[in-house]
Design a protein around this ligand. Structure first.
Ligand code: NDP
Ligand code: MG
Ligand code: MG
Length: 330
């Protein structure tokens, strides 16, 4: 069984008197930095001049250049976009790390695929919240937390696990649940999850369903409500109580269709595609493709993003949501 940790297993005093530099102030950077400060810890921010810098100052943080923040810090939490971490690490972080400092990540990509090679004299560990930054913040202010993964890659101080747990407590995650994993497992499962199921799988499923209905002559509005809008209602039930709870709430007709037709939509062919996708993650093919894509200014990323933004489902959805009061403040 995987080890689970809660508040009582974590001791904030491992971080007392230590300076934490959060590098980046985007989704995770802002959420984690605010929570750590509210937990009584000493937090500074490292950035380049720009929008995030202004935002961090508005939130009353001391902001420094990346290298200056790193020079001052006992812990350096790297919350830059994954694809920029390697180059920024090589020029602005690595050379300025204090001996004995801790290098912290919220995703294992750069360590696992060798884009960041940490110096020998530092701890390397991960605290990866399993939710977006705004949820990390929102749940914390409600006295709750987002579950997180911790993993220790390099332990030179002998207390890297305790530091990781203390950090997880500082962002509120031990209030929910913290699981221990490895950089490899976190990286590969995270990439697989977002590609095959959470982001790639779901958007493809919805898009194909929408196009099938619209191509058959049904109105785009009906198709949108049916295959996109209702997704959330079903997913919320699955989230709360698994397939069993969801099936208690749908009609018997829906349940029979679910059980007999679902495996025809996502069947052996999809399973084979999933296994291929996992193999590309495991053997580095995906990582290499994404790193090279960034070196040539993302032609594929930009073209495919634009194509999906221009898809009919997006325009229909935007119009419908305008007329639904529940979307007024989103
Ligand atoms: P964001 O894209 O939201 O934020 C990136 C931040 O880095 C911004 O503040 C940006 O500032 C800054 N930045 C970008 N380039 C540079 C640079 N060259 N020098 C200095 N600062 C720079 O990132 P995320 O929060 O999404 O991701 C951070 C990490 O967290 C990643 O490892 C990701 O995998 C992980 N993670 C993310 C989750 C999420 O929900 N988003 C969930 C779990 C983990 P500027 O305004 O100047 O561009
Ligand atoms: Mg993920
Ligand atoms: Mg991810």
């Amino acid at each position: 069984m995987v080890q689970k940790y809660y508040d009582a297993d974590a001791d904030l005093s491992y971080l007392k008197g230590k300076k934490i530099a959060v590098i980046g102030y985007g989704s995770q950077g802002r959420g984690q930095a605010l929570n750590l400060r509210d937990s009584g810890l000493d937090v500074i921010i490292g950035l380049r001049p720009g929008k995030s810098w202004e935002e961090a100052e508005k939130d009353n943080f001391e902001v420094f250049s990346v290298s200056d923040a790193v020079k001052k810090a006992d812990l350096v939490q790297i919350l830059l976009p994954d694809e920029t971490q390697g180059p920024v690490f090589r020029s602005e972080i690595g050379p300025f790390l204090r001996d004995g400092a801790s290098l912290v990540f919220s995703h294992g990509f750069n360590i696992h695929y060798g884009q960041i090679v940490a110096p020998e004299g530092v701890n390397v560990f991960m605290v990866a919240p399993k939710g977006p930054g705004f949820m990390v913040r929102r749940t914390y202010t409600e006295g709750k937390g987002v579950p997180a993964l911790i993993a220790v890659y390099q332990d030179i101080s002998g207390d890297a696990r305790n530091l990781a747990l203390a950090y997880a407590k500082g962002i509120g995650s031990t209030r929910a649940m913290v699981l221990e994993t490895t950089f490899r497992e976190e990286t590969e499962t995270d990439l697989f999850g977002e590609q095959a199921v959470l982001c790639g799988g779901i958007t493809s499923l919805i898009r194909e369903g929408f196009e099938t209905l619209v191509d058959a002559g049904y109105s785009p509005e009906m198709a949108y409500l049916e295959v996109l809008h209702e997704t959330k209602l079903i997913v919320d039930l699955i989230y709360e109580g698994g397939f069993t709870k969801m099936r208690r709430y749908i009609s018997n007709t829906a349940q029979y269709g679910d059980l007999t037709r679902g495996p025809r939509v996502i069947g052996p062919e999809s399973r084979m595609a999933m296994e291929e996708i996992l193999a590309e993650i495991q053997n580095g093919t995906f990582a290499k493709e994404w790193i090279l894509e960034n070196m040539v200014n993302r032609p594929v990323f930009n073209a495919l993003t634009r194509a999906d933004e221009e898809h009919e489902i997006e325009a229909v959805g935007a119009e419908l949501r305008k007329d639904m009061p529940q979307f007024k403040n989103l």
